[in-house]
Design a protein around this ligand. Structure first.
Ligand SMILES: C[S@@+](CC[C@H](N)C(=O)[O-])C[C@H]1O[C@@H](n2cnc3c(N)ncnc32)[C@H](O)[C@@H]1O
Length: 110
């Protein structure tokens, strides 16, 4: 599968099912939050959610005071849905990119 096919595949998954009806949807990202605690992440930590999709993780972290948040996903459909779910979307960095072709311009703590 090449990059345009990956984007189209994931856009179709979100478009046809709806962001909260995809098979991997969870209302509360409980395990991810437990892992954040285990690695000692705090609201001062910078975080990137790679393949973040329309997950509620970023919205939850923003509500907990995390201020340096980035979401990367190949699917524009997923990022649009995620953007609608957060309180302050303009305070988050959204990257529509394919991880396999992407070179980070900075570093993150988590
Ligand atoms: C199974 S979903 C999980 C989404 C989210 N992490 C969650 O838990 O709801 C996988 C996500 O990875 C994204 N993805 C798949 N391949 C990717 C790639 N090569 N580059 C960037 N994102 C990718 C998809 O668009 C999708 O949003």
């Amino acid at each position: 599968m090449d990059q345009p096919e990956r984007q189209s595949h994931w856009d179709d998954r979100y478009r046809t099912s709806g962001a909260d009806s995809v098979s991997w949807f969870e209302a509360e990202p409980r395990l991810s939050l437990e892992l954040f605690d285990l690695v000692g992440a705090t609201p001062a930590s910078s975080v990137i959610d790679i393949g973040g999709g329309a997950s509620s993780l970023t919205a939850t972290l923003q509500q907990r005071g995390f201020a340096d948040l980035t979401v990367l996903d190949v699917s524009a459909e997923a990022l649009d849905a995620s953007r609608r779910n957060v309180d302050s979307p303009d305070e988050i960095t959204w990257i529509r990119a394919d991880l396999l072709d992407w070179s980070p311009a900075r570093r993150w703590n988590v």
